[in-house]
Structures are given as C-alpha cells and as structure tokens.
Design a protein around this ligand. Structure first.
Ligand SMILES: Nc1nc2c(ncn2[C@@H]2O[C@H](COP(=O)(O)OP(=O)(O)O)[C@@H](O)[C@H]2O)c(=O)[nH]1
Ligand SMILES: [Mg+2]
Ligand SMILES: [Zn+2]
Length: 313
C-alpha cells in the first residue's frame, strides 16, 4: 500500500512527526529533501500544519509515512529569536501553525490575577490578528466576590472572558463550546491550572499536573514540546510555552499606543501628533488617566510594555 493521504501534524519531535489522518489514525512521518512547503522562510513542518503524506505499511503492519507537501499556514506562533545576534537569514521556528484562537489561562488567585500579563496578551493577539479568549480559573477561590470588579476594564474593552474552576468543574461547558471545531493555543503562567483544565476537558489524565514553584519564579515545566491534543467534541488544544517565547516583532514603541484601544478616542486631542503619552505637555491620554477615564493599571501596563520594547531595540 502506497498512497497519498492528508492529515494534520499533532506532534513534532526532532526528525519525525506524528500526523493524524482524516480517520483519526496517527502515523509517524518523516520528511525527505525536496519536501514542498508553501511557507517560505519558516520551519518546514510544525505542529498544526496540514500536510500531504505518502504512507506505507512497515514491517510490524504499522503505517509509516513521508511528508510530501506542507500547506500554506493561516497563522503561526513563531518562537522569538535572540535579537542581539544577527540571524536575519535564519528560518523562523514555528511553535504552532494554523491557530484559530489564543487562549490565555489565568487564575483568580494562587497565583493572583496578573493584569500585566493579560495586557501583554491583548496586545499580542491583536498584533497577530488572533482572537483572544481569557480564561480565569480557580474562581472557587473568589469567596468575597470581587472578581467581576477586577474584570470590569476587560469587559468594557470587549474581551471574551470565560470563568471556570477546574477543580469544581464550574464553567467547563461554556469553555468546551468555545473550543469546539477550533485549534486553540493554550498559554499562561505555570500554576494557574492549565494542565488540570485540559485534563478536565478531556475527561482523562493526559497532562501531568504539578505543585508549581511560581513563587520562586520559573515554575516547573511538565510539558516539553508542543503537542496537539484532540478534544472529545472536536477541535484541538495546543499547550504552548507562553508569551516569553513568542516573537513579538510586529509590536514597536511607535505602534504600541494603537493597541490600547481605549486611548484612541483621546489621542486626537494630544498636543503633538506623535505623542507617546508619557511626558508630553497637553497629553490628552495622561489627562484621561488622571481623571479616571482610563484605567490607571492599563496605562501602567502601557508604560511597562513601552519600557520592555525600549530595552529590546
Ligand atoms: N483552588 C483551585 N485550585 C486549582 C484549580 N485548578 C487547578 N488548581 C490547582 O493549581 C495547581 C496547579 O495546577 P496545574 O494544572 O499543574 O497548573 P499549570 O502549571 O498551569 O499546568 C494544582 O495544585 C491544582 O490542583 C481550581 O479551579 N481551583
Ligand atoms: Mg502544566
Ligand atoms: Zn498623548
């Protein structure tokens, strides 16, 4: 048997890939020199890629395949490069291809809701034209009922927010519906309950969960390479390494201000057309922050992001 099939790459490990065909079977595939890809300048094959492969039965009756063609990606999460070294000719490394939405998993508490991180994702998702879904886990810990106040700003911005408790199984149905038929990249700091949540969605212990050391900074990495997990109702989830690893090169000091959409209505009133909204006299954005019309925490995120971009260029 030697015929052409199409499938989706669900795991990438060194020189070989696991491809899931249309019947849901998984086939180990390789590439050969001369594999055709429609994605110039980026990884030849990545998790999430739709590929054509030629399969043959191996000795043990298991199918093995050779990838012959990689389809053009609709989207790609690209790994950041070390910008201090000049590697402009290097191909960019794709963490995940054909993502339909970015899912930022946060927790109400333990670790506390990280608004700086949410703001980073809002900007990043916008710059990548990826729909963002903010999942707030551990809502069982909100005993005082203060979560909605904390989220008010994001509700006003029109963010999609899903409130869940993985341990109490609250909100999982709503989340499932938002994931059906889509390829979702899950991201978020360790300790927020990503693995617990994915296991709940699957109804089995697929991912290891850990008592993480977020308090000491780094957390424990229980997921090594990006793996795509098929959801029972259709759709896939990819557990990604997180925004520190993403390439943010479309965001610059000059265009950052446009990603803070609540600034836009005040910007025409600024004294300078190129106002950075930091120190300029007559800045209407600063005035709106001072009078409480713009959430000061959002403005502080803007300054923090501006500062990190400063250090990168
Ligand atoms: N209170 C509470 N704890 C949770 C919830 N979901 C996960 N946890 C706990 O949070 C810790 C980290 O979970 P884990 O899934 O390993 O987090 P990950 O690092 O994001 O994958 C574990 O001790 C979980 O039991 C939840 O909804 N409520
Ligand atoms: Mg985990
Ligand atoms: Zn201004």
């Amino acid at each position: 048997m030697k015929e052409l099939h199409s499938g989706i790459v669900v795991r990438s490990g060194g020189a070989s890939y696991i491809v899931e065909d249309e019947e849901g079977r998984t086939i180990r595939c390789r590439t050969l020199p001369g594999t055709v890809s429609d994605n110039e300048g980026a990884s030849l094959v990545a998790v999430g890629d739709r590929v054509t492969f030629r399969a043959k039965a191996s000795g043990t009756d298991r199918l093995e395949g050779v990838i012959t063609h990689v389809e053009r990606r609709n989207s790609a999460l690209v790994r950041r490069r070390d910008i201090r070294r000049n590697r402009s000719k290097e191909t960019s490394q794709v963490i995940a291809a054909n993502i339909d939405q970015l899912v930022l998993v946060t927790s109400f508490s333990d670790p506390p809701l990280n608004r700086r991180l949410i703001d980073r994702y809002v900007v990043f998702a916008e710059s990548e034209h990826l729909p963002l879904l903010i999942v707030v886990n551990k809502i069982d810990l909100d005993r005082q009922g203060v979560l909605e106040t904390e989220l008010e700003t994001y509700r006003k911005l029109g963010c999609r927010i899903c409130l869940v408790s993985a341990s109490r199984r609250t909100g999982l149905e709503e989340l499932r519906e938002l994931l059906v038929g889509r390829l979702s990249a899950f991201s978020g700091h360790s300790g927020v309950g990503k693995s617990t949540l994915i296991n709940r969605l699957l109804g089995r212990q697929e991912l290891k969960t850990a008592r993480t050391s977020y308090k000491t900074g780094k957390g424990v990495h229980t997921t090594s390479s990006a793996t795509m997990i098929r959801l029972p109702d259709g759709g896939y989830v990819i557990d990604t390494p997180g925004i520190r690893e993403f390439n943010l090169s479309d965001i610059t000091k000059e265009n950052l201000r446009f990603y803070f959409t609540e600034f836009l209505q005040y910007m025409p009133e600024c004294g300078f057309s190129s106002c950075s909204h930091t120190v300029e006299p007559g800045c209407a954005v600063l005035k709106a922050v001072e009078s409480g019309l713009i959430d000061i925490e959002r403005y502080e995120s803007y300054l923090a992001l501006l500062d990190s971009l400063e250090h990168e260029s």
